[in-house]
Write a protein of this length. Structure first.
Length: 244
């Protein structure tokens, strides 16, 4: 009996080395800082930003499916783009909500039941690398919640009405990126509670932090920036030229 129990524990441990992980891509924003250009569908080297993002996720062997959450008018264009790019892991393209939190919750509702972990990624971060994806997902498997981050390079000051209140210790400040990866039931509970309490979240880690849970940071990349302004598009084109 002891031998059987030991075998079961070892077998279970081997199974847990690679639990099922799905990705929810948040792509329902209104691109207010792009000067009239839709950041998701803006082209980089002839392919929309969202296409580059989804291709990067598609190539990650640790992800089993991708759910895209976007605006209603982009459902058809993004679905067509997925077919053109041969993205087999994109299982659904669904309509988002009025806030990021609501959009992510809608995406989580479409994730497969067997998914034990979920990676939530910004649709406008097209340069996420394979190494970054691998590191943050594997860290989440160990710690239940993980996110990539880079040290803040500039001096940061807290101010009110244009007057400096204090200078923050830069050594303790990190700029957090996506994908942010969580145990599936944990992020569902955290986001639903935040939504019920009317809390405005700027990222999904905040929802988990509000429950008193710890988020482990992994090494991010300055190349994993978010396309939010026309300048970001120019930087993206330059980055693709360098990679070529």
């Amino acid at each position: 009996m002891h031998g059987v129990a030991l075998f079961q524990r070892i077998f279970h441990r081997e199974e847990r080395q690679q639990p099922a992980c799905s990705a929810v891509v948040a792509a329902a924003g209104n691109s207010t800082r792009m000067g009239g250009t839709d950041k998701i569908m803006a082209e980089l080297d002839g392919t929309p930003v969202i296409g580059h993002t989804l291709m990067a996720l598609e190539q990650c062997p640790l992800l089993s499916e991708i759910i895209v959450v976007t605006r209603e008018e982009l459902i058809v264009p993004i679905s067509q783009l997925c077919r053109e790019l041969g993205l087999s892991k994109v299982s659904k393209v669904v309509v988002g909500g009025g806030t990021r939190t609501e959009s992510v919750i809608r995406g989580l509702q479409e994730v497969r039941d067997e998914a034990e972990f979920v990676a939530i990624h910004d649709g406008a971060r097209p340069f996420v690398s394979a190494e970054l994806l691998d590191a943050v997902i594997r860290t989440a498997w160990r710690c239940n919640a993980a996110a990539p981050a880079v040290p803040v390079k500039d001096t940061v000051k807290r101010a009110a009405d244009g007057l400096v209140l204090e200078t923050l210790d830069r050594s303790e400040l990190w700029a957090v990126q996506t994908p942010q990866v969580f145990e599936a039931s944990l992020i569902r509970a955290a986001l639903h509670q935040a939504q019920q309490e009317g809390v405005a979240l700027t990222d999904d880690c905040m929802a988990v932090e509000r429950l008193g849970m710890t988020v482990t940071l992994t090494q991010g990349s300055h190349e994993n920036f978010k396309i939010t302004t026309p300048l970001d598009l120019m930087l993206g084109e330059a980055l693709l030229d360098c990679r070529d």
